[in-house]
Design a protein around this ligand. Structure first.
Ligand code: FE2
Length: 362
């Protein structure tokens, strides 16, 4: 039994900085089926920006947009496009988490402070991680209200598609920087390296990347970190770094307990996914053995399967959801497997290369 040197309860929420939070909220409400459950803006006393809170299962997403010229946030959005700006952690003690993180080498972004209302207070602080991404520490044990003081409770119901929780969040960092951030997560946040993939695991004829999966002390927060490796052509990570303008969050994996349902609903609402050739499914039975799902249904929906020592998993990846080839989503259904779909890497990267070729960025 190893000691958890930096207790984190779980990912509390993911904040996106976007150009138009109202339209982002509409998209996640209508396509992913999130409920719009909170609002903070001019009508609730916020003068320079606006926040929409969306929820499904245990997943909370915040969409924040500047609403006046010259807002500091606008410069970041001009640089990156809409992006994941903050992966916030719920912790027992925000003041301890912040001072301990800074003592262990983190760069502080906001010192601990309280947001108060007549329903109590929420304690918050933030540190910088890779690129313009933050980790906010939050504790609302002394708050009886909705999400955070200032937020008005709203209920624009979505039609949920079975999303349960955030499974993992992947960061892309510059070449040569993966181990720097692996060490940072180990030293600052007490994460452990679960698995490593080198360019022998993750390469095609043309492109390669390296990846290490970091996990928090209690195992509930999982952050794979990718860096590009030398290949004949430009890798998907190089493409991301070029269009994003540096390191940032590449994809967020949302866990479902019924991937056929989740992906059917997403497809019916117009979501586009990466596709693999039919031959992938011809080889599937011998690669993963017996599974509960009908392979023809999986093939029709484009769902991928992989097996590890503990079970199997089903997964699928959306095409980028922004104008730039940057942020995308993964839908993952775990049936015992705790791994990340290594057996699908080759088929996936070839699928991404086909997309890159169309974009002229391979
Ligand atoms: Fe993933």
């Amino acid at each position: 039994m190893t000691q958890d040197t930096f207790p984190i309860r779980k990912v509390d929420h993911i904040r996106h900085y976007v150009g138009n939070a109202r339209q982002s909220a509409f998209y996640y409400n209508n396509v992913f089926g999130f409920h719009i459950t909170g609002y903070h803006g001019l009508e609730t006393g916020l003068r320079h920006e606006v926040d929409y809170l969306l929820e499904q299962g245990d997943v909370k997403l915040l969409f924040t947009a500047p609403i006046r010229p010259g807002h500091a946030m606008s410069e970041m959005i001009a640089q990156h496009g809409d992006f994941v700006q903050d992966i916030a952690f719920e912790v027992d003690d925000v003041d301890w988490a912040y001072s301990e993180a800074v003592k262990r080498g983190a760069v502080g972004a906001r010192e601990p402070y309280s947001l108060e209302s007549d329903e109590g207070y929420v304690r918050i602080a933030s540190i910088h991680t890779y690129g313009d991404t933050l980790h906010t520490f939050i504790n609302r044990d002394n708050f009886r209200g909705h999400f955070m003081p200032g937020f008005k409770k709203t209920m624009t119901a979505g039609d949920p598609i079975g999303i349960q929780e955030i499974d993992h969040c992947v960061g892309n960092v510059e070449i040569g920087k993966m181990n720097y951030w692996v060490n940072w997560y180990e030293q600052v946040l007490g994460f452990k390296n679960l698995i490593s993939f080198d360019d022998n695991d993750i390469s095609t004829e043309y492109t390669a990347l390296m990846s290490k999966v970091m996990a928090s002390g209690n195992g509930r927060v999982k952050f794979p970190i990718n860096e590009p490796a030398e290949g004949k052509k430009k890798s998907q990570i190089d493409e991301y770094l070029e269009f994003f303008g540096g390191s940032g969050v590449q994809h967020v994996a949302l866990r479902t307990d019924d991937i056929v349902h989740t992906v059917s609903r997403l497809r019916a609402r117009g979501m586009e996914f990466l596709s693999v050739p039919r031959s992938y499914y011809d080889m599937l039975p011998q690669r993963v053995g017996a599974i509960d799902e009908d392979i023809d249904v999986l093939a029709e929906l484009g769902i991928l399967v992989d097996r590890d020592d503990e079970g199997y998993l089903l997964q699928i990846f959306t095409k980028p959801i922004t104008d730039r080839p940057t942020l995308f989503y993964e839908i993952i259904h775990r049936k015992g497997a705790t791994s990340f779909g290594k057996g699908n890497f080759k088929a996936l990267f070839e699928a991404i290369e086909r997309e890159q070729a169309v974009r002229g960025t391979l």
